[in-house]
Design a protein around this ligand. Structure first.
Ligand SMILES: CN(C)C(=N)NCCC[C@H](N)C(=O)O
Length: 288
């Protein structure tokens, strides 16, 4: 099993993550809190109340976890294609896989990464939703002191299953949308590249960016539900399950609720995934 794809997936994911985290914080807050009037209002309030650091809350854990999550996604995707088409990453330019194979491999990668991502994503969302400024003497301290304290508190209160709150919604979000992600990337690369040639850096940037946008547009409705289920039991009401969360969110806030964070998700997706794919392709090319 070629291991380079796992390492390239890790490094490229970390680069994309740092670039996209401030957008991600704004998105999570818009999806789970009703105090903001929109993206700009959320950014201004976060900056005023918490300074620039507020945008980077909850980032240390994803940076550590991206090693597992992105390497599983890219590693499983590439190795699934190897099983389905008997071609390595280098051979796939001369013998491109069918879109059906790309979709199946993407869904497989998405399904497996969702389970690795679930506890890390839960902790990220809980920390991003703590709007208290850094602890000042006399002020009420935030509920979680950091990622380890957050994980330990959830574990103590709810046991190991608590760390997988929202995992179902995450799996449903990521399985098909990661198929869409890789199909869009492959399709765009092939449109702008001569047969058998390696796509240029510009093509990889644009294809990666649009793959990110397309997949996140498709993922946003379940992303909203996932974030709400992860926050349930804390500030908001507890939901009876995924369906209950969908129905009660739509009843209380209208169908528009499923598109909360769509603009910021798309704005974030382009640079994050352009950089992720560019570094992934370059690393694999340089390792031959
Ligand atoms: C729609 N979904 C879930 C995805 N496209 N997931 C792939 C993740 C890529 C990158 N780390 C990101 O956060 O955009």
């Amino acid at each position: 099993m070629p291991a380079e794809e796992f390492v390239a997936g890790w490094i490229s994911g970390a680069l994309g993550l740092v670039l996209g985290h401030p957008f991600d914080t704004v998105k999570v807050r818009l999806q789970t809190q009703t105090t903001y009037r929109g993206i700009v209002d959320c950014m201004v309030k976060t900056y005023r109340h918490e300074s620039l650091l507020g945008f980077f809350k909850g980032m240390s854990f994803p940076i550590a976890s991206i090693a597992v999550v992105n390497s599983v996604l890219f590693g499983v995707y590439s190795n699934a294609l190897l099983v389905l088409t008997a071609t390595s990453h280098q051979e796939r330019r001369a013998q491109p896989p069918s879109y059906t194979h790309v979709f199946i491999a993407g869904c497989t990668g998405g399904f497996l990464q969702a389970y690795c991502l679930a506890p890390f994503d839960l902790i990220k969302v809980r920390l991003q939703n703590q709007t208290e400024p850094r602890a000042k003497p006399g002020s009420r301290p935030p509920q979680y002191r950091g990622p380890v304290h957050c994980a330990a508190s959830i574990f103590q209160a709810e046991g190991p299953r608590g760390l997988f709150r929202g995992a179902w919604a995450l799996t449903l979000r990521d399985t098909p949308t990661l198929g869409i992600y890789f199909v869009t990337y492959e399709w765009l690369c092939r449109q702008f590249t001569l047969d058998g040639q390696t796509p240029s850096s510009g093509t990889v940037l644009v294809a990666g960016g649009f793959a990110g946008i397309t997949s996140w547009v498709a993922a946003t409705p379940l992303d909203v539900i996932k974030s709400r289920m992860q926050m349930a039991g804390l500030k908001q009401r507890a939901y009876g399950g995924l369906l209950d969360c969908m129905v009660s969110s739509a009843r209380q806030e209208g169908l528009g609720v499923f598109f909360r964070g769509l603009t910021i998700n798309s704005a974030r997706a382009f640079p994050v995934n352009a950089v992720t794919f560019l570094s992934y392709e370059h690393l694999l090319l340089s390792w031959g």
